[in-house]
Every structure is written in C-alpha cells, then in structure tokens.
Write a protein that binds this ligand. Sequence first.
Ligand SMILES: [Zn+2]
Length: 365
Amino acid sequence: MSEKVAIAFHEKMKQYDLGEGHPYRGDRFENAIIFFKSQGLFNLPSVLEIKPQPASQEDLFRVHERNYVERIFRLAKEGKPYDFETPVSEKILEAALLVTGAALDCGRLVLDGKVRRAVALGGGYHHAGRGYGGGFCLFNDIAVLIEFLRTKYGLKRFLVLDYDVHFGNGTSDIYYGDPSVLYISVHQDPRTLYPGKGFIHEVGEGAGEGFNVNVPLPPGTADGSYLYALEEVFVPLAEEFKPDVIIGNGGSDPHFADSLGDLNLSTKGFFRLSCLIRKTAERVCDSRLVLMVGSGYNPLVLPPCWYALAAGVVGLKEIAVEEQYPVPQEPPHCHRTVEKTVDELKRLLRKYWSCFGGFGINVVP
Ligand SMILES: [Zn+2]
C-alpha cells in the first residue's frame, strides 16, 4: 500500500469564476497552490500532484436527472445564469467538470491503492441536488464520487463529513432515504445562515432514518467547541458505521474572518479538524479518505486554511502559519449551547445508534 497522498488541481479550475463582485472568484485555486508551494508541500516525497480529467455526462447521470444536466449544458451554451447567484457559461461548465473529475480521480487513486488519501481542490458543491442547483453549485461532486465508487468499485458504505459553514442541503436531499450514506453535517445554525435548513430533527426518512446527522453550531463557535462536537458525534458514529471510505467536504468558510459565515475556526483549528478526520479514517476505513476543499470567501484567509486542511490529510505533525487577523474569543454562551445541542442530538439518534445508548437497529449488515 502506497503511503502517498494525491492533491488534484487543474489550472482551468480558475474558470469557475462567478464574476466581479461575486464572492466566488476563480483566483482561489491558483492562490491556494502558490501558498502550498511557499510552504513546500509539493516538495514532500509523499505528495503527488495530479491533473484531473473532466467528469463525463455519464458520471453526472448516476446522480443528476437527465433533463437537469441537459438544462445546465444548454444554459452554458447560451451564457444564461441558473439563478441570480449561480451563473453558467461554457467556461464555468468546463471548470465544473474538471472539479468533479478531480473528485473521481482522487477516488480512483485511493481505491486502486496508488495513494492512501487524496485532496480534491475546488470540490464540495453540496447545494446541488438531483434536479436542481443553486448556492454557486451546479453538480454535486460529492454524490457523483459516491455513485462512481459504488458502481466501479462496489463500495457499500459511505460516510460524508460536511464541515462547510453552510448546511449541504443538496447532499442531504440526495441521500435522505439511503442508509448506505451516513451524512454528517457540522454547520452554522440554519436560523442564521443560508440555506435555512439542517436542524437536528432532520434525521433522514424511511430506510435512511438515522443516517442524516445535523450538528448546527451557534455563531461564534470556535476551535475547542467545534472539535468537541466532532469528537462527540462524528468519531463514535464513524466507529460504529464502519464506512468503506470517508469523504470530507468544505473549504475555509467556517474561518472567523470569512465574509459569509459567522463561525470562529482559526487556521490551526482547520489543521486539527483535518488531522482528526485523517486519524479517524486510519482507524475505521484503512485510511481511505478523499477531502474536497472548495469554499471560502475571504481571499486572505483562504490559502492558509486550504493549506491547513491539505496538511492534515498529508499527515504533517504541525504547520507554521500565521493568522492574518487577531483571533476572536468564543462568546461565553457558545460552549454550553454546543453541549446542549450535542446532548439533544444524541437523544434523538439514540434509537438508531448503540454508541449513543441504543441498539443500533438501523445499521446496514
Ligand atoms: Zn459554504
């Protein structure tokens, strides 16, 4: 088994540029790569830089409705937006297919044993559902990766840890009734942020009941409370569910200086988060991990945060990154609120999971 870690990036990803004045600009990818290089990440013998191939329509059809995909391709040709904040063009479409292809290439390399873990730069378009886009997202590359791994490699159990500051309504919708995908989303309280969903009582439906786990955090939540929630929810669930692979998604938008969210993670907090995901993957799924890193709306903090996430996957022991702004204190009520949310969530999920005191009746054999 290779000890290498792949980082997938294509220079054409910069075409995913939603325009002047839009928070999602295409320079994010190159700025991140420049920062990675300044830290010597690509000089490490374990790091393999790969240039992804674009995803095909066939890959998209495993998840998305045919007429939705055809509509996006048509809008791209006409240069018309999908909605007011999600423009589409031939260039954006080409970049979206490369971003999705990066996830597929990462999954392929991990499953073929060519690398142990992988980082798909630009990935994590979690607001896209089977038949809709929005929130800057066209194709749900997380689900496209899952269905690729299911079809081509016969994987049966997938754990998605969505640590983006926003709730991933698209991913959640796609797998709401599916017990083969345990979707855990840690995000800012949806009463205070787009898309306004992702409450703890949304636990999935039918056979998928108990397999959708939302951990909403109050604005201001900082490293300690954030990691506490992960240790209490993500780690025991991962150990009980025993996925074939862990897929993480999220960029720098939970950072305290991000312009869209109000969580208070520090750059070091991202590193600790990423190390926790890597160590959990080592224990529960033979290290198989793909991290999809795409969001972030403060261009000053995006490169170091993406670096912190990538460095955790690579397995660095520490990072030397200066914070760009003074680190704020967590508001005094935050930790107590997080504890209460975690306790209530465990009570709600108890009947599905023995790690929370139940019998684990829903676990797929
Ligand atoms: Zn986000």
